[in-house]
Design a protein around this ligand. Structure first.
Ligand code: UPG
Length: 252
C-alpha cells in the first residue's frame, strides 16, 4: 500500500502549533551539531509514505498469541521488539543532565492519530510539521548484539553524546518492562556521571542517525516534572529525571 503526501493547509494548522510550543524542553539549547553537515536538520522530513510492514523487519515482529486463562480462551496481539538500555547522564563540570533530541516517526504518527482521532494513511506535512515528532529522551539504544548490556550503554554514550567513559563508571539503576500492552520489552536503566574531560567528539549518532545532544539544568529538570507539564518524551526519560533528582542531584 503506497500513499502519497498531500500538500494543503487547513484550519488545523494553528490548532496544533500550541502543542509543539508547550513542550517544556522547547527552550533547551542544542550543544552539538548533528553528525551530518550543517545543511542537514532533523526536521527536514519529506516524501513521507506508508507501506505494510514486511515480514523480515529487523526491528518489529507482529504476531498473535492464543492462550487459555482460568478456562477462558483468549488471544493477544503482540509486537516483538528489541530490549534496550537507557542512560541518565549527568555532566558534573556543567551541572546538567545530557539528553538527546531526535525525530521519532512513531511519535509523529501518534501525535497525528491523536489529533485526527483515527489512524492516518496520508500525512499533510504542511499541517503537521515534523517538529511535532521530535522528542527529548535519555541516551538509549537497542540490544541487537550479543554483548553485556553495560557495554552497549557505554557505546551509546559515546555514539550519541560523544563522551568516552569506562564501564566501571556506569551504574545500574533499574530494569523494567515497557509497552506492557503490546511489546513487554525490557529496558535497563543506567546512571553515569561525566565531566568535560570525557568528551571526545560531538556525538550525534551513527549510521545515518540525526541526533542532537541537549543539556538540561536542574531547575529545568524540576520544571519538567511539575503538575500539568506537557512533554513529548517517553516515560523512561521522565523516570530517569525523577530518579536523578531523588537520588543524585546536588542539593540546591
Ligand atoms: O524501523 C526502524 C527502527 C530503528 N531503526 C534504527 O535502529 C537504530 C535504533 O536506535 P537505538 O539508538 O539503538 O535505539 P532507540 O531508537 O534510541 O530506542 C531505544 O530507546 C528508546 C528510549 O528509551 C526506547 O523507547 C526504545 O524502546 C529503545 O529501543 C537506529 O539507528 C534507528 O535509526 C531503523 O532504522 N528503522
Amino acid at each position: 500500500m503506497y500513499l502519497r503526501i498531500i500538500q494543503l493547509t487547513k484550519s488545523g494548522v494553528k490548532k496544533l502549533l500550541p502543542l509543539a510550543n508547550s513542550v517544556v524542553f522547547g527552550n533547551i539549547h542544542r550543544v552539538n551539531k548533528s553528525s551530518y553537515n550543517s545543511f542537514v536538520e532533523m526536521d527536514k522530513v519529506t516524501a513521507l509514505r506508508y507501506e505494510r510492514l514486511p515480514e523480515d523487519s529487523p526491528y518489529v515482529k507482529p504476531f498473535r498469541m492464543y492462550y487459555t486463562q482460568n478456562g477462558v480462551e483468549k488471544s493477544w496481539d503482540l509486537l516483538k521488539v528489541h530490549d534496550s538500555v537507557a542512560i541518565i547522564i549527568y555532566n558534573k563540570s556543567r551541572q546538567c543532565l545530557l539528553l538527546v533530541k531526535q525525530f521519532r516517526p512513531a511519535v509523529y504518527h501518534g501525535v497525528i492519530s491523536s489529533a485526527e482521532g483515527h489512524n492516518p494513511t496520508t500525512i499533510d506535512l504542511q499541517k503537521y510539521p515534523a517538529q511535532l515528532g521530535i522528542t527529548v529522551e535519555l541516551c538509549a539504544g537497542i540490544v541487537d548484539k550479543s554483548k553485556p548490556l553495560v557495554e552497549i550503554a557505554k557505546e551509546e554514550i559515546l555514539e550519541e553524546c560523544g563522551y568516552d567513559v569506562p564501564i566501571d563508571r556506569i551504574e545500574t539503576v533499574l530494569t523494567y518492562r515497557s509497552g506492557v500492552g503490546a511489546t513487554g520489552a525490557q529496558q535497563t536503566l543506567y546512571y553515569c556521571e561525566v565531566t568535560d574531560d570525557d568528551k571526545v567528539n560531538s556525538g550525534g549518532g551513527v549510521d545515518g542517525e540525526i541526533i542532537d545532544v541537549v543539556e538540561l539544568n536542574l531547575p529545568e529538570a524540576q520544571k519538567l516534572l511539575t503538575q500539568g507539564a506537557k512533554v513529548i518524551s517517553p516515560p523512561s526519560c521522565l523516570l530517569g529525571i525523577l530518579w536523578f533528582l531523588t537520588n543524585k542531584a546536588p542539593k540546591q
